[in-house]
Design a protein around this ligand. Structure first.
Ligand SMILES: Nc1nc2c(c(=O)[nH]1)N=C([C@H](O)[C@H](O)COP(=O)(O)OP(=O)(O)OP(=O)(O)O)CN2
Ligand SMILES: [Zn+2]
Length: 122
């Protein structure tokens, strides 16, 4: 049996984005509230009844959030262009200790209805 546990966090950040369309607005420094969710898949430990203690995931996500919250995303080392795709990849890459179980990362902007999901396991 495979169980999947997940946790969400949000962060507020500024960015600019070079685009072919709607370029003017995107090029000006502005901010969004981003939401992220991380899924871990694995067997349940029969002794603990857990895939992993979600407190461990929460502690790691608090550290990842610190790298993004109230930041200018254009200047975050290792992110690249501040797109939803790169934010998914950045969050996944900041959790190497969880990678054997990391199955999905999703980042979205409620206000705009934009979302991106990175699938890490078939
Ligand atoms: N594949 C992707 N396409 C786009 C992304 C993305 O992350 N991946 N991001 C954007 C924009 O950032 C997003 O649509 C928001 O637009 P933006 O100009 O950044 O901010 P606004 O508040 O001006 O949003 P409006 O849609 O103009 O209201 C685009 N494409
Ligand atoms: Zn934007």
């Amino acid at each position: 049996m495979l169980f999947t546990v997940s946790q969400r966090f949000f962060f507020d950040a500024a960015h600019t984005l070079k685009r072919e369309i709607e370029a003017e607005g995107s090029r000006r420094i502005h901010g969004h509230t981003y939401h992220a969710e991380v899924w871990l898949a694995g067997p349940r430990n029969p002794d603990t009844g857990m895939v992993i203690d979600l407190g461990l995931l929460r502690r790691r996500l608090d550290e990842v959030r610190e790298l993004l919250d109230h930041r200018m995303l254009d200047e975050v080392p290792g992110l690249g262009a501040p797109t939803l795709e790169n934010l998914c990849l950045f969050i996944a890459n900041e959790m190497p200790d969880f990678s054997p179980r990391l199955s999905r990362v999703r980042v979205w902007r409620e206000a705009l209805g934009d979302a991106c999901t990175l699938e890490l396991k078939p």
